[in-house]
Design a binder for this molecule. Sequence first.
Ligand code: GSH
Length: 405
Amino acid sequence: MWSPPPSPLQLRRPPPPQSPPPIPRRHRTRLIPIAATGGGASQDPLTAISRLLWGRALPPSNLVLAVRHGWTSAWGLLMRQLAPSDPTTGAFTRTPSRFPSVVGSPSQRLHLYVGLPCPWAHRALLARALLGLDRQIPLSVAVPGEDGAWCFTPESPDKLYGKGKLREVYASRSGGFEGRASVPLLWDAERREVVCNESIEIAKFFCGLAAGDGDGDGGDGGLDLWPPELREEIDQWYSFIYPSVNNGVYRCGFAQSQEAYNVAASELFSALDRLEDHLSGSRYLCGDKLTLADVCLFTTLIRFDLVYNSLFRCTRRKLVEYPSLHAYTRDIYQMPKVADTCDMDAIMDGYFGTLFPLNPGGIQPLVPASCDREALLEPHGREALSSASAADNGSRQLEATSASN
Ligand SMILES: N[C@@H](CCC(=O)N[C@@H](CS)C(=O)NCC(=O)O)C(=O)O
């Protein structure tokens, strides 16, 4: 049989340690439990008991089956808590936002609450940055607590009220609050009321503010992400990418049956194929101009190889394997202010550390090389897709954004 030549690494490797001498037969029963508990001090009680009961052999198969059943039931219970699903199909069913649209005219004292791992909150954060609303809309960043609820820390405080948990902010509205205390939350500090907690609606509302609607003084980003002439097209793209991609990755990760996962994964990857095809001939989703549709797609794509590919089992392809989609993601990442809204460490911590039922051991994998900052700053070459006048217009828009940076 052919065996490969030893690699330089193998050559340098020290010889394996000598195995300990066999225990004489007459000492075995007495010595094994002592050896198994490592002298008694370093082993947890369950391991110690199991070693006493069946030594180093595998546990009896009935016990394995019982533990497996118990573990799966506990997983199902935790998953239902984390992500409600259709009881008959096991498909993830997202809970609708409690304040899905902006009603009436909010005051000018607005405050935005986000969490950096969250793709939905990232939409609001990115729209705020691109539209130049940073001064007009102050920001507090919540972090995931041990129990998964959004909370504040001395390093990342609630700048408005100094509360400990986001739920307390929600609950301080006059009607109180029951339900999911989610991010993003746009809060009216004057009326002590939720303005909206649905990301796309918050982003649209920001576009209105930046365009000078309402009493505010507009933004200084110079971009119009929601131009009237493209609204229909933006909405069409949105209704395509929301179920298949934005929520699609969650439908894969939170599926509670194989069938539900298969459906979600196949829809996700057919949608990515279609987007790859479209973006190979168009700089952005709606042509030469960056719009809200791109903001919404970007916040999912930037997380794709980092967390969705492994943790949510979106495994058919990595983003880096789609040349146009990957270049498109880099194009947006390299726009002024965008990279500052992408906190890769917070995303890793948030997903791998907080979604306990998906990663009970809490171990974080290595960051894929394609998600390193240097890789995301590689030239994208997509300027060539913009028509000359639009490229000129786009760079003027971006200059305006950088000037306000
Ligand atoms: N449809 C909402 C979804 C927001 C959402 O699900 N946010 C998650 C974080 S990624 C959250 O805060 N979850 C807390 C919870 O549901 O208790 C939006 O687009 O704003």
